[in-house]
Design a protein around this ligand. Sequence first.
Ligand SMILES: C[S@@+](CC[C@H](N)C(=O)[O-])C[C@H]1O[C@@H](n2cnc3c(N)ncnc32)[C@H](O)[C@@H]1O
Length: 279
Amino acid sequence: MASAVCALSYWDNFASAYSRLGPPLRPSPEDVRFVEGAIDGWRSANTQRKVRALLLGVTPEFAKIRLSEPCSLLAIDNSLPMIRFGWAGDVPNQRSAACGDWLRLPCRRESCDVALGDGSLNCLRYPDAYRAAAVSLRDVLRPGGIVLLRSYVRPEVGENAETVFEDLWRGAIPTFHQFKFRLLTSLQRSAREGVAVEDVYRYWQSRRVDVTALAVRCGWEQDVIDTIHYYRDTPTVHTFPTESELRSVLLEYFEEETTFVPTYYLGDRCPTLLLRRRA
Ligand SMILES: C[S@@+](CC[C@H](N)C(=O)[O-])C[C@H]1O[C@@H](n2cnc3c(N)ncnc32)[C@H](O)[C@@H]1O
């Protein structure tokens, strides 16, 4: 049976650090605007009744999206600490969160209109668990329902970690989060294998980076650079398919309506796919 790669312990620690992350590891206002517009567009073309949305995870930017009434949003995450510390808060009859597994979503069949997620699939084993999540999503969506998935992809032509470090010291990477994202993908050999964040941490340590000099060189806060320590002693593995590898799995279950590519640095590696459940 396909299973999730993420270990709860990683997210348990991560919950308290999420607020210190920045784009592209969190959605930006333009990503949020695209998601809101897509849901509004879907509603006006499809239904006047209450829209039921499902969020894979507790990503605050997506939990707080502006949904025209009537609507409700249910967030599903398998980490209780993430729900406790990262959840935007329940709003009676509108917004709630529950503990559950995306591979076996705790929702009735054909009970949801819209599903959304940010980096959700990147927490799963490729391709087995991507397929299991897609099947689970397809089952809980009504025919014609939509899925909006912002995903992290690696470039079709990979880059190596050496290049990433050269760009780091040249001051060519605007933020440390963008550096981490490039480092993660550069150290992954294949989507099937994924990349263990512990290995990324060990690689970072092996480079013996002078953090004070880096902070001065790039104008970054040292405590932002210290977010790399959350990769230490954790069994978490992330997977970064290319965009075509991602599509090759998802299009087995959904039709692609469009893809949004944001304009910020590395935006081409954070596309949001708008998919429709086949009727
Ligand atoms: C939505 S993803 C990505 C969040 C953020 N955008 C990032 O890149 O760090 C992270 C969340 O997924 C949850 N998660 C991972 N695998 C899961 C699964 N199989 N079922 C439910 N939640 C899962 C984790 O607990 C965590 O809260």
